[in-house]
Design a binder for this molecule. Structure first.
Ligand code: GLV
Ligand code: MN
Ligand code: MN
Length: 412
């Protein structure tokens, strides 16, 4: 499976993945998923929001156990964020069949569309639409950097953008959703465990800061006469770092657009996107308020106009304790640790929180969800350097198979 996926959407220069929603690379990933489903005799379907499903057993029987993740990527993403969950799902099913498992509940593998939000700026579009957390009108208003709207992109990829929207009947089929994912930090590496269980996802969001100044000549405009939004932007980046440090949170300006983007021109506009996350909502609110206040203060001094728009927000997710405890029991032990502390009991599977967003977090508002994490020895993610060792990936597949067996199969 990895060999087939490896070349899809990989940039030859950076060696990173550029699998953006509704592009050719995304389509190739989707074809790969469909082939995997067919190869295993699974019933394949695409829902109204373009999420893919591969079913073993009758979807309409209800109380299904669903696993899966996403196949799209951030710009120059790694191989594992998303695909590890989908590949492991198919591999876990193969493992269960090898074990001769008898299924008492329907099982499905899902690939949720546009998880990273790399193209349209909003993460988890497929699961948000399904869960009714994003309306069709809101989704239709999304536009990519080239001015292509989400409905245009869907249409070009052969999907019907008018069909998108809440999908409560489909979600009502699900009794439990378990997403396996590479860990995106080093919490597991600091323990001696290849696999952990998620406790919670930090609240997180994206804010767009538009700094509008005045375009002018870089060689002839006196410094005192400039209204340079790059200065305001730069000061705001530093303020975000300070606010995050003070609060024990994280804040990142990882994307910026400059107009007119000329070497010898003072910019007329700098647009920067703030991604910020914190352990609780109060802390996150305080960080963003502090960043905005610093930006406004500096904008006043620079003669720059500032507009701040919150483009997305995901509240804290505390994964349901009953499912989490059952998974810990299946994996042998009671689970140890909580929050961002994975605990140190060597007999128990670590339980850890994360600052990364996931479809499992979105779906948790509608169905019982849980997550398994696979050790990431460097913690690097959203980068071509993202890595998990093969033995750990195999341990992840076995753990997922154990969990699916415990939840969905008759005990032999
Ligand atoms: C998705 O990976 C996110 O946390 O932004
Ligand atoms: Mn990601
Ligand atoms: Mn992911």
């Amino acid at each position: 499976m990895w060999r087939e996926l490896a070349p899809i959407g990989r940039d030859p220069g950076s060696r990173g993945y550029r699998r953006y929603a509704w592009t050719g690379a995304d389509g190739d990933c989707r074809n790969w998923f469909r082939t995997q489903a067919a190869d295993r005799g699974l019933r394949y379907e695409v829902d109204r929001n373009g999420n893919q499903w591969a079913w073993l057993g009758d979807p309409d029987a209800g109380n299904a156990v669903v696993t899966g993740s996403h196949l799209d990527s951030v710009p120059d993403g790694g191989a594992f964020d998303g695909p590890l969950g989908v590949v492991s799902s198919f591999a876990a099913l193969d493992e269960l069949r090898d074990r001769g498992a008898e299924f008492a509940r329907p099982l499905a593998i899902a690939n949720f569309g546009d998880e990273e939000g790399a193209r349209f700026g909003l993460a988890c579009v497929g699961s948000r639409l399904a869960a009714g957390q994003l309306t069709r009108e809101q989704a239709h208003a999304l536009v990519d950097a080239d001015g292509v709207t989400l409905p245009q992109a869907m249409e070009r990829a052969g999907y019907d953008p008018d069909a998108i929207g809440a999908d409560p009947e489909r979600l009502a089929r699900i009794g439990a959703f378990v997403e396996l994912h590479i860990e995106q930090g080093r919490a597991l590496d600091l323990t001696d465990h290849p696999v952990g269980i998620a406790s919670a996802i930090w609240p997180h969001g994206r804010w767009r800061f538009d700094f509008a100044g005045e375009a002018n000549h870089a060689g002839t405009t006196r410094l005192a006469d400039r209204r340079d939004p790059m200065l305001t932007y730069a000061a705001t980046v530093l303020a975000a770092r300070r606010a995050a440090e003070d609060a024990g949170a994280v804040a990142t300006f990882g994307k910026v657009a400059v107009e007119p983007n000329g070497v010898n021109a003072i910019p007329s506009l700098v647009r920067g996107w703030l991604d910020s996350r914190a352990v609780d909502q109060g802390t996150l609110d305080a960080v963003v308020t502090a960043v905005e206040a610093a930006a406004r203060e500096r904008a006043g001094r620079d003669g720059v106009e500032l507009a701040v728009v919150r483009e997305s927000f995901t509240p804290v997710v505390d994964f349901p304790h009953a499912l989490r405890d059952e998974i810990a029991r299946i994996l042998g032990g009671s689970g140890s640790g909580s929050g961002s502390d994975p605990g140190s009991d060597p007999g128990s599977v670590p339980v850890l929180g994360t600052g990364a967003g996931h479809d499992a977090g979105i779906l948790s508002a509608a169905v019982p969800t849980a997550m398994l994490f696979v050790r990431n020895p460097t913690g690097v993610s959203h980068s071509p350097a993202e890595h998990a060792a093969e033995d750990d990936c195999v341990a992840g597949v076995r753990a997922l198979a154990d969990v699916l067996e415990g939840l969905a199969c008759r005990s032999s």
